[in-house]
Write a protein that binds this ligand. Structure first.
Ligand code: ATP
Length: 258
């Protein structure tokens, strides 16, 4: 999977600017960065939720962003995504949420789908009883795990996770990160995870990328992190309020702290 000089605007707001990244199958990458850096938009562009305005998204060598080329096909079927707000349907029980895509495309129905959902829920530490509940009956952490179970339901080649451990206790976070690692290594799934947990970012993924104001500020393998001489990265990893990254309002350039 490769992003080549990818760009995305919302009106006048340049949200992704010249983003180039590359991962081989089975490799994993954590993406960090301050609020509004473009992390979620990057994942959504990769998942086909948003179209990019510039550059290329290459999957298995094909530019899937180039509609004219007829390359798009069903590439989004190869992608599983956990959205930041989970995006679960409250009108459906948990098991139908988990197997939503498989039910929709006719791969599974009825008891088969329910059994598959229970199996997937087990992987994320939820018991079978939770499968018949509505998402709103679950705690925030449980909803997050249902979202992860849904993201892996179609055995994706590329797994995109927007803050998978947000709101989870350390034991569960560890369990989820172990599961992500196992999926990546055993199924050769490429994983890109946006996270605010700096320990997870620097220890659990093959590569780390830091974004800031829509650009890649630093990207490299895990063993290079401690040698990086990038003040943005150093500040982000240490969580210091002193440094080049200042607190910003929603609008680019308007700083709360100079
Ligand atoms: N659908 C949209 N329409 C207009 N602007 C958007 C849309 N989605 C995101 N943006 C803008 O794109 C920028 C990047 O947003 P994004 O959600 O990618 O940030 P982020 O790095 O994930 O931040 P956070 O860590 O706070 O979730 C922000 O300025 C945001 O307001």
């Amino acid at each position: 999977m490769r992003l080549e000089k990818t760009g995305k605007n919302f009106g006048q707001n340049i949200v992704l600017d010249n983003v180039s990244l590359s991962l081989d199958r089975g490799q994993t990458m954590a993406i960090i960065g301050p609020s509004a850096a473009g992390k979620s938009v990057l994942l959504k562009c990769l998942a086909g939720v948003y179209e990019i305005d510039r550059g290329e998204i290459l999957i298995a060598g094909k530019n899937v962003a180039d509609k004219a080329d007829g390359n798009q096909g069903h590439w989004t079927d190869k992608i599983g995504m956990l959205f930041q707000q989970n995006a679960l349907f409250d009108s459906l029980p948990v098991w139908q949420n988990v197997c939503f895509q498989l039910i929709e495309n006719g791969s599974l129905k009825g008891k088969q789908a329910r059994d598959k959902a229970v199996e997937l829920l087990g992987l994320v530490g939820l018991d079978a009883d939770s499968s018949i509940l509505r998402p709103s009956d679950l705690s925030g952490g449980m909803q997050k795990r249902v979202g992860i179970a849904r993201a892996i339901a179609n055995d994706p080649e590329i797994l995109l996770l927007d803050n998978p451990t947000a709101g989870l206790d350390p034991v569960l976070s560890n369990h989820i990160e172990n599961m992500i690692e196992t999926i990546a290594k055993k199924r050769m799934t490429t994983v890109i995870t946006v996270t605010n947990d700096m320990t997870i970012a620097r220890t659990r993924y093959d590569f780390l990328t830091m974004m800031h104001e829509g650009r890649v500020y630093w990207s490299g393998p895990r063993d290079q992190i401690d040698h990086a001489k990038n003040p943005h990265l150093a500040q982000m990893l240490s969580g210091s309020s002193q440094g080049p990254i200042s607190m910003r309002t929603q609008n680019r350039g308007q700083h709360l702290v100079a």
